[in-house]
Design a binder for this molecule. Structure first.
Ligand code: SF4
Length: 287
């Protein structure tokens, strides 16, 4: 799996953003440098990210996606969806066709189940309605859609509400990932990082609900010792079992409390930036 940041610019101000400050970075890439970067990547999945990738020139973005397709790479197009809502239908169809040609899928950053909470998190009025519209339109065009719901201090008690919203209003989703806030980038040392044991009960309810509704889901950045009956939904466990190397091994590290844990071999430990904020795994379940 490889990741390309087209640039830092974004049209939202999410409190949980793990990318450095919004600014027109010096030496910001262009279509030539993006294609060169992708050509140097190993085969497999390419995550096209930003900032917000849809801020790129539309033709250039299509070239990036189709280049991935031509070189046998699969694409995950990460977006907050706002700009997709405002596209002409023909453009949306071209975008979906390009992603489809790369055997890819859309990954929408979707942090709230209503407009008021969405505004608190993203700082953009109207973003919730636009995002909802975008997801529905993209699903209706036959694309695979994943949602990433980042859990932060602002929404952690509403996780089950989000699951209910997604299951009821966004039918046709391929899957939903609950991802805990990372304390890096704009969210470094964040006051928006809840303690795992405070967020977990709400997450477990959301996972139960997804199960009942038949909505496929998984979890990232919350260790299995907080996931109880849903521990197998932690995405690191499969990677560890298969011996896959990746950022999870750099970003996470076991702590003294991990000693004697039943998941010791299959878990890389909590995020280092979480421990920097909260200092321990307070409230973890003995497993
Ligand atoms: S290894 Fe540590 S972080 Fe991972 S599940 Fe066990 S106690 Fe939790």
């Amino acid at each position: 799996m490889s990741l390309i940041h087209l640039f830092r610019r974004c049209n939202q101000k999410c409190v949980f953003c793990s990318y450095p400050a919004d600014a027109k970075a010096e030496g910001e890439g262009n279509i030539g440098s993006w294609l060169k970067e992708i050509a140097g990547m190993k085969p497999g999945l390419v995550q096209i990210s930003g900032g917000e990738p849809l801020l790129a020139d539309f033709g250039d973005l299509i070239k990036v996606i189709t280049f991935c397709a031509r070189t046998g790479r699969t694409v995950e197009l990460q977006t907050n969806g706002v700009l997709i809502a405002g596209m002409k239908p023909a453009e949306r169809a071209i975008l979906v066709k390009a992603v489809h040609s790369a055997k890819g899928y859309f990954n929408f950053n979707f942090p709230a189940h209503n407009a008021a909470l969405d505004f608190k998190i993203t700082g953009i009025k109207g973003a919730f309605a636009a995002r909802t519209k975008a997801v529905k339109k993209i699903i209706s065009l036959g694309a695979q859609v994943r949602l990433t719901h980042v859990i932060s201090e602002l929404n952690c008690k509403k996780t089950a509400c989000f699951a209910a919203f997604a299951a009821k209003k966004l039918t046709g989703l391929s899957w939903l990932q609950f991802s805990f806030i990372k304390g890096i980038g704009r969210a470094e040392g964040s006051r928006f990082t809840p303690e795992y044991h405070k967020a977990a009960p709400y997450l477990l309810k959301a996972l139960d609900l997804c199960g009942k509704k038949g909505l496929k889901c998984d979890v990232d950045h919350i260790p299995p010792c907080f996931l109880g009956r849903h521990h197998a939904k932690n995405v690191d466990m499969a990677k560890m079992r298969a011996g896959i190397k990746g950022p999870h091994l750099d970003e996470k590290e076991k702590v003294p409390q991990c000693k004697g844990c039943g998941f010791f071999r299959l878990c890389p430990g909590p995020r280092k930036d979480y421990i920097a904020v909260h200092h321990s795994l307070r409230g973890r379940n003995q497993v």
